[in-house]
Ligand binder design. Structure first.
Ligand SMILES: Nc1ncnc2c1ncn2[C@@H]1O[C@H](COP(=O)(O)OP(=O)(O)OP(=O)(O)O)[C@@H](O)[C@H]1O
Ligand SMILES: N[C@@H](Cc1ccc(O)cc1)C(=O)O
Length: 494
C-alpha cells in the first residue's frame, strides 16, 4: 500500500500540468558565480547527513510560525484551506535576497529562519540570490531611486551572500537540529541564470503580456514614488515583473508554491501570485515575516545604516553576541520566539527565570548564545564568550588564551604597536611609546589617578617596571586600557 508521502507525490504530479516538477532534488550551482571548495562540500554535506526530528510533512508548521510571530501574514489570506492542504505535502519555499551589499543582516535572518522551520517540517528551502534583480533595484520602501550597481559588484556580493546562507544552514543542521529524518537539501539559485539567455523582445512579447498596467501602478511601492518629487524610473517600475517571473520559473521548475519575504514584499508577492494564477490557473502563497526594527523603531536593513551583519568581518561574533546581550528586557521573549529554535516550554522557562532575577540577564544570554551559535557556529560563540569575559569579566586567563587577531577584533579601534622589552621600561615610558598620552605630565597624572589598566588590572604607579608581575601574557601581548574605552595592544618581540 502506498505511504502517505507517496500518495502526496502522486497527487501533486497529477494536479500539475507542467510536467517539469522537480521532486527529484537537484544540486544546482548558481552559474556565473565562483563556488569555493567549502561551498561544494557543505552542499553535499547537507544533502546526505542532515536530519530532522519531525514527522514529515509537519502539519503544525503554519500554526507554529503563526504562534511564534514568525509569519505575520499569508498572501492571499482568503484561502486558508488551500494553503494548509498545500503545506501538508512536500513543497519548495523560496526567499529572494538582492546582493546590494556583500553580507546579509539580522533583518534578512528572519526569512532564513522561516525557511529553516520549513526544512524541519519536510519542505525544500530555496534561497534566490538576485544577480539580475539587484541590477534593476527594488523600489519597495525606498523613497529614492537606488544607485546603479556594476555587474562586478553584484557578482562579488553574491559570493558573500552565498557564504552567509550556506553557513547558517550548516550550523543549524550540525548544531541546532537534533534530528533523525533527512532534511531536504538547501538550493541556492541565481536569478541571472534564467534571464541571461532571454532577449528583451521575447521577454516583453511573452511574459510582459501577462501584466496589467493598472495592477502594476496600484502597488504601494510604485504609488509612493509616483507621488514623490523623485518619481520612479521605468527600470524600477519593472522590478515587480522580474520578481513575479522568478516565482513562475521556480513554480514550474522547482515545485515552488510558497514565497517567503518581509511584509514590505507584499506588492511583489502579489504580482507573482497574479502571474502564476493567470498562466497556470493554480494558487500559490506568500508567507510574510514581520519587519525587525531597531530598539529605536527603524527597520533594520542594508540601506538604513544600522545593520547587524551576518559576515564576521563586518560584525564580529563578539559584536553580534553583544547586540543581543544588550537588548532591553521587553524584546527578549519576542526575539526568542522569532529567532531561536527553542521549544515554547523552554522559552517559557527562560522567561520565568529571567523575570525572577532580571539583573542576571538570563534571557539576553540565552538569546545571544542561540543566535551566535546559529550564525557563527560553536567557534564563533566561544570567541564571543571569551571576548565578553575579557572586556566585562576582566579575565586575565582568558586574555592570555587569545590570538592577536581575535584581540584586535575585540578592541577594534585599538592601535597595535610592536615593541622589544628593555629591562628598565616603566609603565609611564610604555604609555608614551604607544602614544596613550601627548606628554609626560598627562601620563603621570592619569596613571596616578587610576585611569590606566594593564591586562584589565588597574595600575597606578608610573614607575612600575614592565615585565614584573605578569604584565606580559603568555601570548606575548599586553593590553593597555586608558579610561573606559581606549585600548592599545602591545605585541612584544620574542
Ligand atoms: N528588518 C527586516 N525585517 C524583516 N525582514 C527583512 C528586514 N530587512 C529585509 N528583510 C527581508 O529580507 C529579504 C531581502 O531583503 P533585501 O535584500 O532587500 O534587504 P534590505 O536590507 O531590505 O535591503 P535594502 O535596504 O537594500 O532594501 C526581503 O524579504 C525583505 O523583506
Ligand atoms: N525584492 C526582494 C529580493 C528578491 C529578489 C528576487 C526574488 O525573486 C524575490 C525577492 C527585496 O529586495 O527584498
Amino acid at each position: 500500500m502506498a505511504t502517505a508521502i507517496q500518495r502526496c507525490l502522486v497527487q501533486q504530479l497529477r494536479s500539475r500540468s507542467t510536467g517539469k516538477r522537480s521532486l527529484i532534488i537537484l544540486k544546482q550551482r548558481p552559474v556565473g558565480v565562483e563556488i569555493s571548495k567549502e561551498f561544494a562540500e557543505t552542499c553535499s554535506y547537507q544533502g546526505h547527513q542532515a536530519r530532522c526530528s519531525h514527522v514529515f510533512p509537519n502539519s503544525d508548521f503554519l500554526t507554529l510560525l503563526q504562534t511564534r510571530g514568525i509569519c505575520e501574514g499569508i498572501f492571499p489570506n482568503t484561502r486558508p484551506n488551500e494553503v494548509n492542504q498545500l503545506l501538508s505535502c512536500p513543497q519548495s519555499m523560496y526567499c529572494g535576497f538582492d546582493p546590494t551589499a556583500d553580507s546579509l543582516h539580522i533583518g534578512n535572518l528572519l526569512s532564513l529562519v522561516l525557511l529553516l522551520h520549513g526544512q524541519r517540517a519536510g519542505h525544500t528551502p530555496i534561497a534566490v540570490l538576485g544577480g539580475a534583480t539587484a541590477l534593476i533595484g527594488d523600489p519597495s520602501g525606498k523613497s529614492k531611486e537606488r544607485r546603479a550597481m556594476t555587474a562586478e559588484e553584484v557578482e562579488n556580493n553574491i559570493l558573500g551572500l552565498m557564504e552567509n546562507v550556506q553557513r547558517i544552514f550548516k550550523n543549524h543542521c550540525e548544531l541546532i537540529s537534533h534530528s533523525s529524518i533527512p532534511l531536504s537539501p538547501l538550493k541556492i539559485l541565481n536569478n541571472r541564470d534564467w534571464y541571461k539567455s532571454q532577449d528583451v523582445i521575447s521577454f516583453l512579447s511573452t511574459t510582459g503580456r501577462h501584466f496589467r498596467l493598472g495592477e502594476m501602478l496600484s502597488r504601494s511601492s510604485v504609488q509612493s514614488r509616483l507621488n514623490s518629487k523623485e518619481g520612479i524610473s521605468c527600470t524600477e517600475f519593472m522590478y515587480q515583473v522580474f520578481q513575479a517571473s522568478d516565482w513562475l520559473y521556480l513554480f514550474e521548475n522547482h515545485n515552488c508554491s510558497i514565497q517567503v519575504g518581509g511584509n514590505d514584499q507584499t506588492g511583489n508577492i502579489s504580482s507573482g501570485f497574479d502571474l502564476i494564477h493567470r498562466v497556470t490557473n493554480k494558487y500559490v502563497f506568500g508567507l510574510l515575516v514581520p519587519l525587525i526594527l531597531s530598539p529605536s523603531g527603524e527597520k533594520l536593513g542594508k540601506s538604513t545604516g544600522n545593520s547587524v551583519w551576518l559576515d564576521s568581518k563586518k560584525t564580529s561574533p563578539f559584536e553580534f553576541y553583544q547586540y543581543f546581550l544588550n537588548l532591553p528586557d521587553s524584546a527578549i521573549e519576542g526575539f526568542l520566539k522569532l529567532f531561536t529554535f527553542l521549544k515554547n516550554d523552554e522559552i517559557t522557562s527562560v522567561v520565568d527565570s529571567h523575570s525572577a532575577s532580571p539583573e542576571k540577564r538570563i534571557g539576553q544570554k540565552t538569546l545571544a548564545e542561540q543566535m551566535t551559535l546559529l550564525v557563527h557556529g560553536d567557534s564563533g560563540l566561544e570567541s564571543a564568550q571569551r571576548c565578553t569575559a575579557v572586556l566585562f569579566g576582566n579575565s586575565v586567563l582568558t586574555l592570555s588564551s587569545m590570538g592577536l587577531e581575535e584581540l584586535q577584533q575585540l578592541v577594534k579601534n585599538a592601535s597595535t604597536t610592536e615593541l622589544s622589552l628593555t629591562s628598565d621600561l616603566s609603565l609611564k615610558d610604555l604609555c608614551l611609546k604607544i602614544k596613550c598620552f601627548k606628554n609626560e605630565v598627562d601620563a603621570e597624572r592619569i596613571i596616578k589617578a587610576g585611569g590606566v589598566y594593564l591586562n584589565q588590572q588597574r595600575v597606578s604607579d608610573p614607575e612600575l617596571r614592565i615585565g614584573d608581575g605578569g604584565h606580559i601574557l603568555s601570548n606575548h601581548i599586553t593590553l593597555v586600557r586608558v579610561g573606559k574605552k581606549n585600548f592599545y595592544v602591545v605585541r612584544w618581540r620574542v
